[in-house]
Design a protein around this ligand. Structure first.
Ligand SMILES: Nc1ncnc2c1ncn2[C@@H]1O[C@H](COP(=O)(O)OP(=O)(O)OP(=O)(O)O)[C@@H](O)[C@H]1O
Ligand SMILES: [Mg+2]
Length: 338
């Protein structure tokens, strides 16, 4: 097998130290191959952004990687020196942070901000950086790029701002783009345009994408594979088609049942929200962390190990009950998925 672009193994992210320490992400393992588009989905607070930030070792100041490894093209990101890390962030991994509003400084013109980043990261002259910024804006679908070059962030619509962030993240032609909820604040039409743009960049430039969303529909439309996260764990890892046809974790099944069915004809099926609340940050439960909300829970679930193991072809689950064929493998299909 060829070496993955990004390989995260047994990642554990902890806040605080000593008695106050709380584990936010644990046992997270996955890989992304060159040119692959992988989705990361889960409810708010499950650890999606922290996992993304760990890939470039840019965690909040009170968080740390307490265990596991993060390898980029075979190099260990957790052990990189300052220069190597800077190079990784500037040239190899493009990142679109969750809140595009805080990523742009309100008092500077957008073009100047992007151009300055290009000038420093790619060692360009000011004139080259300006030309490259306008070219990138145009490629990212910003009409009349020269005019928008001189705009201030507040003058841009949400979709336009996101196009600027995509242009910036892709400026150095990274091998991997991490896009954390890039369409969450956008209307449906603009969301579709941004997703199309990401797919186009993947096709034209071969950039691999890790796309984060709490919306399974967004991931399903865009990605080859998906990682389903719950309470700091990856509970399922699978090809998109397989996960739709036969989800192998009760949480995945519940998530799928909670999205509107866009592609079904006939009577609209009612959406089912997931009962109960997600775990608090750092909450530790014996056994499976989804057990209190799981429709299939049984006594044994309070002592199971949530390790991701193969359940079917190209499908891994952290639910030993499903792996053993329980509840006819979660009733074989999801309502409305076919
Ligand atoms: N700086 C911080 N200090 C303490 N706890 C934090 C901090 N940042 C995140 N957390 C906690 O870590 C957990 C995971 O956070 P993370 O931001 O990765 O979630 P997420 O899946 O991206 O959520 P969302 O969908 O809302 O963006 C959450 O419970 C959150 O409250
Ligand atoms: Mg987040």
């Amino acid at each position: 097998m060829t070496q993955p672009l990004l390989q995260i193994s047994d990642l554990k992210i902890v806040f605080g130290v000593g008695e106050q320490a709380a584990v936010a992400v644990r046992n997270v393992s996955f890989e992304i191959a060159a040119g692959e588009m992988v989705g990361l989905v889960g409810e708010s607070g499950c650890g999606k952004s922290l996992t993304c930030r760990a890939a470039i070792r840019l965690l909040p100041h009170n968080a740390r990687i307490a265990a596991g490894s993060v390898m980029f093209e075979g190099r260990d990101v957790t052990r990189m020196g300052h220069r190597e890390l800077r190079n990784l962030r500037a040239r190899e991994v493009g990142m679109i942070f969750q809140d595009p509003f805080t990523s742009l400084n309100p008092v500077f013109r957008v073009g100047a901000q992007v151009a300055e980043t290009l000038r420093v990261n790619l060692e360009l002259t000011a004139a080259q950086a300006k030309r490259e910024t306008i070219r990138l804006f145009t490629e990212a679908g910003i009409p009349d790029a020269e005019r928008w070059f001189a705009a201030f962030p507040h003058e841009l619509s949400g979709g336009m701002r996101q196009r600027v962030m995509i242009a910036l993240a892709l400026a150095s032609k990274p091998k991997l783009l991490i896009a954390d909820e890039p369409t969450t604040a956008l209307d449906v039409t603009t969301q579709a345009q941004i997703l199309k743009l990401l797919r186009r960049f993947r096709e034209e430039h071969g950039v691999a994408v890790l796309l984060v969303s709490h919306d399974f529909g967004v991931i399903a439309e865009t990605c080859d594979r998906v990682l389903v996260m719950y309470g700091g764990h990856v509970v399922e890892k699978a090809d998109i088609e397989a996960v739709y046809r036969t989800p192998q974790h009760p949480y995945t099944r519940a998530l799928l049942a909670s999205i509107p069915q866009m592609h079904t004809t006939g009577p609209r099926r009612r959406r089912k929200s997931i009962d109960g609340r997600p775990p608090e940050s750092g909450e530790v439960l014996p056994g499976c962390i989804f057990e209190p909300r799981c429709a299939y829970a049984r006594e044994a679930c309070k002592s199971v190990d949530m390790k991701l193991e193969p359940a079917a072809s190209n499908q891994y689950t952290a639910c030993p009950f499903v792996r053993a064929g329980g509840e006819q493998r979660l009733e074989a299909t999801v309502e409305g998925a076919q």
